[in-house]
Design a protein around this ligand. Structure first.
Ligand code: CP
Ligand code: NVA
Length: 303
């Protein structure tokens, strides 16, 4: 793995990454982590707001022995004040690793193409692969293994949905998405997921009840992603009937778990009783961003 821009970059390395994430978590809790990557510098470039991604990357690189420099939307203005090509080359002289949260996935690819430093996708409009690794770690902790489970996602066919689709297929899970037809994740991603699957099912439906029936894991995400704000009113209408509530959860297996990457808009994509209920693992999921990303950084720093 040279960069981590999409779930597919982790192909063939998913199990090793999850193993390392879990080892890092137990070593830290046992006080035996040490500082395996002293003085390594991580550049964090954000075009959009963040709580989890920013804090988990900053804390993560420090736990590994390195440090981080945060560059917010007003700082370098990538592609506006200077070209992405020049910025990539300059940042690579200071930083050993870069993380970029962007509006355009093609900008992320350009940053990776022109710099020497490995680049991690901290969320683009196309994918959110770091979140999926944390989610898989969370499922593994609760269910023991991912293989053969049924993963259901209800809502917008957005960055999370696309990474889930491919990531679930790679992890050996059956995956069912329920999205209104005009918010489908895109045929290209359905095909990528089918190619990555080894005998497991990849289904995109429009009925949330059908998607959740007998599922082991139920996930959702906001109906209005960063960048979609102008469509908010229309989206709130279009997603009516896609709320994950107790009645919908009751269709999944009795021991099904609930995931949401957060931030949550209660009463829209999920009700608070589900998100904060016994089946929910949202805070473990948020914590696991730290360990999963430390595993990604360790892997890229060793490469
Ligand atoms: N889940 C997630 O990426 O959260 P932030 O937007 O707060 O980083
Ligand atoms: N789909 C959401 C995820 C937020 C972590 C967004 O892109 O805003």
């Amino acid at each position: 793995m040279k960069h981590f821009l999409t779930m597919l970059d982790a192909q063939g390395e998913l199990e090793a990454l999850l193993r390392e994430a879990s080892e890092l978590k137990s070593c830290h809790k046992a006080g035996t982590l040490g500082a395996p990557f002293p003085r390594k510098q991580l550049g964090l470039v954000f075009e959009k707001p963040s709580l989890r991604t920013r804090v988990s990357f900053e804390v993560g690189i420090r736990l590994l022995g390195g440090d981080a420099v945060f560059l917010g939307p007003q700082d370098i203005q990538l592609g506006k004040r200077e070209s992405i090509e020049d910025t990539a080359q300059v940042l690579s002289r200071y930083c050993d690793l870069l993380m970029y949260r962007c509006f355009r996935h093609t900008d992320l690819e350009e940053l990776a193409r022109h710099g020497r430093a490995p680049v991690i996708n901290g969320l683009s409009e196309r994918e959110h692969p770091c979140q999926i690794l944390a989610d898989w770690q969370t499922i593994q902790e609760r269910k023991g293994s991912l293989r053969g489970l049924t993963f259901a996602y209800v809502g917008d066919g957005n960055n999370m949905a696309r990474s889930y689709l491919v990531g679930a297929a790679m992890a050996g899970m059956h995956v069912r998405l329920a999205c209104p037809e005009e918010y489908h994740p895109g045929e290209d991603y359905v095909q990528l997921a089918r190619k990555a699957a080894h005998g497991t099912k990849v289904e995109v439906l429009d009925d949330p009840r059908q998607a959740v029936e007998g599922a082991d894991v139920v996930a959702t995400d906001t109906w209005v992603s960063m960048g979609d704000e102008a469509e908010k009113e229309q989206r709130l209408q279009d997603f009516r009937g896609y709320t994950v509530d107790r009645a919908l959860m009751a269709r999944a297996k009795p021991d099904a778990m609930f995931l949401h990457c957060m931030p949550i808009y209660y009463g829209l994509e999920v009700t608070k009783d589900v998100a904060h209920g016994k089946q929910s693992a949202i805070f473990d999921e948020a914590e696991n961003r730290l360990w999963a990303q430390m595993a990604v950084m360790a892997r890229l720093l060793r490469a």
